[in-house]
Design a protein around this ligand. Structure first.
Ligand code: DQA
Length: 149
């Protein structure tokens, strides 16, 4: 079965409480539960991780990325400046979808640049938690691209 990592970066543990007009009312736990339900219908296995620390995110990608079939990553504010997370994504070389709840192109200038996007297969921005579900739908339809399928 396809094994997909779902990695969320800093401040995303505050989903639901944090600026709900931008990031929505669902908590991270509710989002993950929703994704778990979808994944069981789509026959995908999800592995969830959230951290506020750049190094922990990098270690997680190193330790789990090589054995996974794909990754969904919302790097939070690290999106805009973490070359180290970019290099970790690039190093493991799996299909990676960058997701942002908000439309980063319609916000402050500093958010308009993602240093992670160029090493991802694609990005989904501005659709709230649906962005993660859209990424799952991609992985469900592309299992034939898995190394072990
Ligand atoms: C975010 C956008 C980032 O600019 C911000 O720092 C976040 C969340 C999003 O999902 O819209 O923490 O990644």
């Amino acid at each position: 079965m396809s094994n997909i990592l779902v990695v969320n970066g800093p401040n995303l543990n505050l989903l639901g409480k944090r600026e709900p007009s931008i990031y929505g009312n669902k908590s991270l736990e509710e989002l993950n539960d929703h994704l778990k339900n979808l994944a069981s219908e789509l026959k995908l296995n999800l592995q969830f991780f959230q951290s506020n620390s750049e190094g922990d995110i990098i270690d997680y990608i190193h330790n789990n990325g090589f054995d996974a079939n794909g990754m969904i990553i919302n790097p939070g504010a690290f999106t805009h400046y973490s070359y180290a997370i970019r290099d970790a994504v690039s190093a493991v070389g799996i299909i990676t979808v960058e997701v942002h709840l908000s439309n980063i192109y319609d916000r402050e200038e500093f958010r308009k640049k993602s240093v992670i996007a160029p090493v991802c297969s694609g990005s989904i921005v501005g659709f709230g938690y649906y962005g993660y579900a859209m990424a799952l739908s991609y992985f469900a339809d592309n299992k034939h691209k898995d190394k072990d399928e």
